[in-house]
Design a protein around this ligand. Structure first.
Ligand SMILES: Cc1ncc(COP(=O)(O)O)c(C=O)c1O
Length: 408
C-alpha cells in the first residue's frame, strides 16, 4: 500500500494535456448532478418542476451548528489546521463511536475529510494499483466506479437483482478473482435504500478477511434506517474483521450539511497515514469553520436527526403505498436512506424503451425529475428521493401516475 502511494506522488504530472490522461478520459461526469442541472434549467425557464432528483435533505442545517460556525469565525478559527482536522474533530468522532457503538478507535485511525466523498477517494487511490480489481455491488453510488477508474483500477460489478438488491456472501464469492483487491459496501444504499442485514454483513466481512480483500464501508446514511431494520456500523465487527476496513462517514445527510463539506474516515493507522498524505497534497484540511460546526453537530443536541428521521418515515410510508398502486411500477422495500428505487419496466413495453427515456419523457411531459437507474448500474429502475415536502411528493406522484397510465 505504501509503495503505491509513493509512486502516486512521484508520477503525478505537473501539467498534462487533458487528452493524455487516460484514466480521466474513461470517467463519466456525474449523472445525478446532471439531473439536478436539467431541473434547474427548466425552473429558470419558468416551469413548475417537481424534483425527486435531490441527493440531499430538504431541511436546513440546525441552528446550533450554524451558531458554532459563527462563533468559530468570530474567534478567528479561519486558518489552516492539521490535515485531518483540529484535534477535537477526530476526538468527537472517536467519542461518538464509543458512546453509540461501544468501540474504541485511536486518534491515528481517524481523520476529517472534505465530505464522505473525499474519504472514499483517499481510501481508493491509496490502495489500488493499475489493473487491481474493485468489487462493486449493483446498484452502486455513481462515484465508486469513477474513482476506481481514476486510480487505474478495474471496477467489477456484482449483480444483486435476484436478491432484491441485497448483497449476499455467495454473490461476492462468485465475483472474486486473483486480481480482486477491494470490495466497496454501502448500507444503507444510495440508490436502492436497501440495508444489508447484520448477519450477512458479517459473513461478507469474514469472506473478505479470508481472501485478504480490503473493504470500504460507506456509511454516509448510517443514521437513516427504518424499523424493523437496525442501524449497523462495520465499526462494531471484531478487530480481526476490521484489519483491512475503511469506514467512510459524512455529516452531509445526518445533519443536513451537504454544502459544508465535512466527512471522515476510520481505518487502520497505516492506511490513514497514506490517506493523510494524499489529502495533504490535494485539499489539505477540511474547511476550518465547518470543522467547528461538525464538532457541534456530533456533540450538541441530536433532536434534529430524530425530527428528520420522523419526517422521512412518514413520507417513505406514504410514497411506497402510492408507488405500488401505479400501473407498470413495482417498488421494493428501501429500509434506509431517503430513496425509493422503483422498477419501471412495466412502462417500457411500447414507445419508451429504457429507464433513461422514461426519465427524459417524464421531465418533458410532466416536468418531474427522477434519476435514471442505469446511471447506478440498474437499467429499468429510477431513483426517487423523498427528501422533499409532502406537497411535492403528492403532486409528483399524481404526475407519475398520469404519465405511467399513458405508457403502460
Ligand atoms: C452513498 C454516498 N456516499 C457518499 C456520499 C458523499 O457525501 P458527502 O461527500 O457530501 O459527505 C454520498 C452523497 O450523495 C452518497 O450518496
Amino acid at each position: 500500500m505504501l509503495r503505491k502511494i509513493e509512486r502516486f506522488m512521484k508520477t503525478m504530472p505537473v501539467i498534462a494535456p487533458f487528452s493524455a490522461s487516460e484514466n480521466v478520459s474513461r470517467m463519466q461526469s456525474s449523472s445525478t448532478l446532471a439531473a439536478m442541472q436539467a431541473a434547474e434549467a427548466l425552473r429558470a425557464a419558468g416551469a413548475d418542476v417537481v424534483d425527486f432528483g435531490a441527493g440531499e435533505p430538504d431541511f436546513d442545517t440546525p441552528d446550533n451548528i450554524k451558531f458554532a460556525a459563527q462563533e468559530a469565525m468570530r474567534a478567528g478559527r479561519t486558518k489552516y489546521t492539521s490535515t485531518g482536522g483540529i484535534r477535537a474533530l477526530p476526538q468527537s468522532i472517536i467519542n461518538f463511536y464509543q458512546t453509540q457503538f461501544g468501540v474504541e478507535y485511536q486518534p491515528n485511525e481517524v481523520m476529517g475529510t472534505s465530505g464522505g466523498k473525499q474519504a472514499i477517494f483517499n481510501a481508493i487511490v491509496t490502495l489500488l494499483n493499475p489493473g487491481d480489481e474493485a468489487l462493486i455491488p449493483k446498484p452502486y453510488w455513481v462515484t465508486f466506479p469513477e474513482i476506481v477508474v481514476f486510480a487505474g483500477g478495474k471496477p467489477v460489478f456484482i449483480e444483486t437483482e435476484e436478491t432484491g438488491f441485497v448483497l449476499t456472501v455467495e454473490q461476492v464469492e462468485r465475483a472474486i478473482t486473483p486480481r480482486s483487491k477491494l470490495l466497496i459496501l454501502n448500507s444503507p444504499s444510495n440508490p436502492s435504500g436497501r440495508v444489508l442485514p447484520t448477519a450477512e454483513f458479517r459473513k461478507i466481512m469474514e469472506l473478505a478477511a479470508d481472501r485478504g480483500l480490503y473493504v470500504i464501508s460507506d456509511e454516509c446514511y448510517l443514521r437513516f434506517v427504518y424499523p424493523p431494520a437496525e442501524i449497523f456500523s462495520a465499526a462494531t465487527l471484531p478487530a480481526e474483521l476490521r484489519a483491512r476496513l475503511c469506514i467512510a462517514g459524512s455529516f452531509s445527510k445526518t445533519y443536513a450539511m451537504t454544502g459544508w463539506r465535512v466527512g471522515y474516515s476510520l481505518a487502520p493507522a497505516e492506511w490513514t497515514k497514506a490517506m493523510l498524505k494524499v489529502q495533504g497534497h490535494c485539499t489539505s484540511n477540511p474547511n476550518s469553520i465547518a470543522q467547528y460546526a461538525a464538532i457541534e453537530a456530533l456533540t450538541g443536541p441530536q433532536e434534529s436527526v430524530a425530527t428528520m428521521l420522523a419526517e422521512y418515515t412518514k413520507r417513505r410510508a406514504w410514497l411506497l403505498g402510492e408507488l405500488r398502486n401505479i400501473p407498470g411500477i413495482k417498488c421494493g422495500e428501501p429500509e434506509g436512506a431517503f430513496y425509493a428505487f422503483p422498477d419501471v419496466r412495466g412502462c417500457l413495453t411500447g414507445k419508451l424503451k429504457t429507464s433513461a427515456e422514461f426519465a427524459k419523457h417524464l421531465l418533458e411531459e410532466e416536468q418531474t425529475v427522477v434519476t435514471d437507474g442505469a446511471a447506478f448500474g440498474a437499467e429499468g429502475f429510477v431513483r426517487m428521493s423523498y427528501a422533499t415536502s409532502m406537497a411535492q411528493l403528492e403532486e409528483g406522484v399524481k404526475r407519475i401516475r398520469r404519465f405511467a397510465e399513458r405508457y403502460v
